[in-house]
Design a protein around this ligand. Sequence first.
Ligand SMILES: Cc1cc2nc3c(=O)[nH]c(=O)nc-3n(C[C@H](O)[C@H](O)[C@H](O)COP(=O)(O)O)c2cc1C
Length: 363
Amino acid sequence: MSYIEALAGPFLRRLAPETAHHLALRVLEAGGVGPPGSDPDPILATEVAGVSFRSPLGLAAGFDKDARAVPALRQIGFGHIEIGTVTPRPQPGNPRPRMFRLRAQEALINRLGFPSEGLDAVAARLANRPRDLVVGANVGCNRATADPIVDISEGIIRLGSLVDYVCVNVSSPNTPGLRDLQTGSALDRLLERIRQARREVEDATSRPLPLFLKIAPDLTASQTEDLAERLIRQPVDGLAVSNTTVARPATLTGRYRGEVGGLSGRPLFEPSTRLLAALYRILPRSITLIGIGGVSGATDAWRKIEAGAGLVQLYTGFVYQGTGLIHQIHTGLAKLVRDSGYPSLAAVVGTGSDAIGEARPHA
Ligand SMILES: Cc1cc2nc3c(=O)[nH]c(=O)nc-3n(C[C@H](O)[C@H](O)[C@H](O)COP(=O)(O)O)c2cc1C
């Protein structure tokens, strides 16, 4: 834990969650993370889509939406940072309150609705970003868009040359209609356009731009099969599984459990890991899976990798446990790899996918 966190942690936890978040981000932006931690154990180094990652563990989208704190987040130890979701034009998002803590479950419910400073402001910040850390840009659409696919393509074209990969977000539950792009002919159209936008960037920069797609954990079994079939025909480099869920497990407690929005944190671990394993079983190995949802320790990260994840991301665990969690996961993961007898982390990917059962409804 950094000295700032030791002083501010208890104070932050008493503030409304969004106020605490903005304050923490300002502190990070001002460089207040303390001395840099040690680099992750080299056994954790991995390569995905031609990009070298110093560890598989990254910060998920939504924490640093406007790319304000990338240098400080690097110092905390993340192997990569996904900034965004960025919308083409600035927008305020939904009315507050729109973020709620479910402390007993280390969970959050949010319905932020993509507050974003927009592509111009974020592109200007990314132009000065540190080059010794993998940074991805997560792109989305404005709420008042005429065509979400046009917005998303604009994001790829504008930010693609400034980052190491782009991730297309079609899974936020808080932007009406967005999740409809995950299946059927809408997905085909999306894949065609985003692959075309990627080609434009690649032609301009003469370097490959890995393209990821981020999906919801709430897909039914038949929707998952439909998505996989279309991805096989028009592949992307990575599939991020998953965003927050609109489901509310019966075991959920706390006064905010009925709030509308996406649920993240521990209750999301099992459903998102099951979907991850199901997709690992049906997708070609050329599509790397990014395991996200409820990771709050090294064992969780390990289970995501066993289920099929080549990379892992977290958000809510970081909010509850603080900066020390990243070093703790790195240390624990390195030990798990060594104890397992596998020669590298990459060799572990998917080794447990068959053992993880299917428990999703058929539509
Ligand atoms: C407050 C909040 C805001 C988020 N904003 C975004 C976003 O802008 N774009 C996105 O793709 N995911 C967003 N997410 C989803 C996270 O990136 C992640 O997929 C999800 O929270 C599951 O991981 P976790 O359980 O480790 O938090 C957000 C999550 C939270 C809690």
